[in-house]
Design a binder for this molecule. Structure first.
Ligand code: ADP
Ligand code: MG
Length: 303
């Protein structure tokens, strides 16, 4: 399914590439008073890079990266792309004839907002958040949990890697905030919308991003699983808010559908675009503010 209408109110809509599903969407842009913003890929670039790898005895950093990279190569998540790329880059091209190749994964599984698992070189490998590790029967000890906490406190997205049922290490990744995000969020505020940051990532990263783009500390919802994103929309609606939500990921789609005004980034996944009421071309959050301004003006012209 593709959005049915092109917002052509001023001619600028078409030029800017703002797609709407129907006339009701214009009214929703007028009544929305709260906007949930997905962090990864919406407020930030979503182009993560591996920052550092920590290994626990008897595992080596090279093993942690190679085994995690092999499993993540089968996932579409931005975290997965970053880890697979770093692992490929670390394969010593001179040492092996097929330099840059990662070992194959067998029995790949993944949980949205959780992580991935599979068998590599005959060894079971699990990568992801603490809850996903526990679901797979792996329990990090207090010292390891401390290491994860330290990585997160530094503002990194940190994920576990477990091998043979034991925690093997931690991979830390960093994202960058899109240059236009802070300005876009102040425009949304001037349009009367309360911006809230919504993410499955850890609270320390979320707090760091929120502070950088001007979102209040109490308006950060972190560690939210994909189902939790829908609940967050419902809770705000139950409290009387008219909720807009901007996102780009597969994990955002149910919340985009539940929101009064679901907005997809054009650079996002097809699933998000299908679930949204309005799609903006490109990946700049400023386009979201422009879409709302333009829809409201178009509505005023019609009335
Ligand atoms: P966001 O809301 O920031 O887009 P997600 O809901 O996709 O985040 O993921 C939440 C968390 O789940 C991630 O921060 C990470 O800890 C874990 N996770 C999700 N997918 C993967 C993956 N492919 N590999 C490792 N960890 C993952
Ligand atoms: Mg996202």
């Amino acid at each position: 399914a593709t959005p049915v209408g092109l917002l052509t109110g001023t001619g600028r809509g078409a030029q800017l590439g703002i797609l709407i599903r129907g006339p009701q969407v214009l009214e929703d842009t007028r009544t929305a008073d709260t906007i949930l913003l997905d962090k990864t890929g919406t407020v930030t670039s979503g182009h993560l890079a591996v920052d550092s790898t920590v290994a626990f005895e008897p595992f080596s950093e090279a093993d942690v990266l190679r085994l995690a990279g092999a499993v993540e190569a089968a996932s579409e998540h931005p975290i997965a792309h970053a880890i697979a790329a770093a692992a490929r880059a670390a394969v010593p091209a001179a040492a092996v004839s097929d330099g840059g190749q990662l070992p194959a994964v067998v029995g790949f599984r993944s949980a949205p907002g959780g992580g991935v698992a599979g068998t590599v070189e005959g060894r079971p490998v699990v990568a992801g958040r603490t809850g996903w590790l526990q679901e797979n029967g792996v329990s990090p000890d207090p010292a390891m949990l401390g290491a994860l906490g330290a990585a997160e406190d530094s503002g990194a997205t940190a994920i576990w890697v477990a091998v043979d049922g034991e925690p093997a290490g931690i991979i830390s990744l960093r994202d960058t905030i899109k240059p236009g995000s802070a300005a876009a969020i102040s425009r949304l505020r001037r349009l009367g919308l309360r911006p809230i940051l919504l993410t499955g990532d850890n609270g320390a990263v979320a707090a760091h991003v929120a502070a950088a783009v001007g979102i209040a500390a109490e308006d950060v919802f972190a560690g939210v699983l994909p189902e939790g994103k829908v609940d967050a929309v419902r809770r705000l609606q139950a409290g009387g808010a008219t909720v807009a939500m901007a996102g780009d990921g597969v994990n955002d789609a149910p919340a985009l559908a539940q929101a009064d005004l679901g907005i997809a980034m054009g650079s996002g996944t097809d699933v998000a675009i299908e679930a949204a009421d309005l799609t903006v071309m490109g990946n700049d959050l400023g386009q979201v503010a422009t879409a709302i301004e333009l829809s409201r003006r178009t509505l005023a012209t019609i009335k």
